[in-house]
Design a protein around this ligand. Structure first.
Ligand SMILES: NC(=O)c1ccc[n+]([C@@H]2O[C@H](COP(=O)([O-])OP(=O)(O)OC[C@H]3O[C@@H](n4cnc5c(N)ncnc54)[C@H](OP(=O)(O)O)[C@@H]3O)[C@@H](O)[C@H]2O)c1
Length: 265
């Protein structure tokens, strides 16, 4: 157990805050949670995660080491203005789409350490692929704090701010593409007369197993080659995907996500 727990304030108590809180080592971090007035939600969080809650988070800033903004992007402007009045060197971390370190630094007092963390929905199972980028005033110790915060929701990778803008489409949006693939495969599986539960089991475990194979670092093309004997049944299926340019379709889908994100930012 750490002698000096880091004091963390969550502003925002929704899905992402709860995923992070669930994954946090309570021996390392003392957690306080505030939100926008939904007191029932705070009471539920206190009961579920055994953490402290507050209805007046702005009065608690001076006791904190870390402030996590787990609220919608559009709420940041006001909250950062409010924070600026009381903050005194605490690190400010946001999980919001589009709110990058440059934005945070421009709205907080000079020298404030900031970071941008971009998880995906699998965070609630501790299986997120999370990206993070640092502001210019984050030292090694603070970086370790950040990694200590996000390791509880899955894997993470440090990248640049620009890379988060570009790669959010891959790590946070593309899971929806995989779910679309799963939906189509489930539909065709059901036509064989199995139950819905059986179809889900078949498809989910097939995808999970494929993901595990990918993690062995064998190239995807080689893994596909292991499945598909030349001239065999799998090769016939792959030919349909290739003829219909699955790769171009995915590139276009990622590009569409990026374009939309740029307009929203
Ligand atoms: N969910 C995901 O998988 C995911 C993935 C990546 C990034 N994110 C980002 O994470 C952030 C939070 O998303 P979420 O899914 O957790 O949202 P959510 O479940 O809708 O929760 C939003 C939380 O923000 C609070 N809030 C809103 N405006 C506020 C304000 N002005 N002051 C203080 N608290 C305020 C709400 O307070 P009340 O409790 O009072 O309503 C609520 O607790 C968003 O920026 C989102 O883009 C989410």
């Amino acid at each position: 157990m750490s002698i000096n727990k880091k004091h963390v304030l969550f502003i925002g108590a929704g899905r992402m805050a709860q995923a992070l809180i669930k994954g946090l080592d309570k021996n390392e971090f003392a957690i306080l949670v505030g939100n926008n007035g939904n007191e029932q939600r705070l009471r539920d969080i206190k009961e579920t995660f055994n953490v402290e809650i507050t209805t007046h988070w702005s009065q608690e800033i001076h006791k904190m080491d870390i402030i996590i903004l787990a609220l919608p992007p559009e709420s940041h402007e006001d909250i950062l203005a409010k924070l600026s009045e009381t903050i005194s060197g605490q690190i400010v971390i946001t999980v919001a789409a589009g709110i990058d370190p440059t934005y945070l630094e421009s709205r907080l007092p000079k020298g404030t350490p900031v970071a941008w963390v971009m998880p995906n929905t699998a965070a609630k199972l501790g299986k997120s692929m999370t990206l993070y980028a640092l502001g210019q005033h984050v030292n090694q110790e603070l970086q370790e704090w950040i990694e200590g915060l996000i390791c509880g929701i899955g894997e993470f990778e440090k990248v640049t701010e620009q890379q988060i803008h570009e790669l959010t489409a891959v790590t946070s949006s593309a899971p929806a593409f995989i779910y679309r693939v799963a939906e189509a495969l489930e539909k065709i599986t059901l036509r064989s007369g199995v139950s819905k539960a059986q179809a889900r089991k078949l498809v989910a475990n097939m995808i999970a197993g494929s993901a595990e194979m990918l993690k062995t670092n064998v190239a995807p093309a080689e893994l596909a080659g292991e499945v598909a004997t030349p001239g065999g049944s799998t090769a016939a299926g792959l030919e349909v995907l290739d003829t219909n340019h699955l790769d171009d379709l995915l590139i276009n889908a990622i590009e569409a996500c990026r374009q939309k994100a740029m307009v929203q930012e």
